[in-house]
Design a protein around this ligand. Sequence first.
Ligand SMILES: Cc1cc2nc3c(=O)[nH]c(=O)nc-3n(C[C@H](O)[C@H](O)[C@H](O)COP(=O)(O)O)c2cc1C
Length: 171
Amino acid sequence: MPLKILVLNGSTRAKSTNGLFIEAIIRLAGDRAQFTVFSSVAELPHFNPDVDIDPAPPEVARFRKQLREADGLLICTPEYAMGVPGSLKNALDWTVSTADLRLKPIMLVTASLSGEKAQRSLLETLTVLEGKLTPETTVLVQFARTKVDAEANVTDAPALADLKRALDAFL
Ligand SMILES: Cc1cc2nc3c(=O)[nH]c(=O)nc-3n(C[C@H](O)[C@H](O)[C@H](O)COP(=O)(O)O)c2cc1C
């Protein structure tokens, strides 16, 4: 059975560059893994501990179930205003009480103009959530829009090599 990977895109934009990188990564993985792109982090309600009770809001329950059933998690995200996009951080906040990221293998791709601060912040969050990620499974793609074409071909050789290396380590 191929590995089951859940994918979160930190961008909710229709023509997201991160979406193109996700497509490229799925293609690079071939038949080594089966990827499910989570419909949208924006569908999750705003995190509120008062409603983080049993039963969880339906979208949250669906998200947690998909996380639990996945062998690993691929996160691709831009940086917004020097930080992690709110929708993505919100999704991660919903995993705190259930510890669904504990020991979950994670590949983290920050594809942005700069992205350093979002990457650093995500590493702190994912570490406190005890996700399993290493420098080998963490990729920063700067000037991301210039490095992937509309058909999801990564056109920048060093970025492509980094993604391949991280994907191999992750899988
Ligand atoms: C409101 C806004 C704020 C942004 N702030 C940053 C930023 O702080 N750092 C950065 O690297 N890129 C920033 N960007 C640029 C994004 O990285 C770039 O638009 C990226 O392509 C978005 O990812 P997407 O194409 O997957 O939606 C910002 C973009 C927007 C729209």
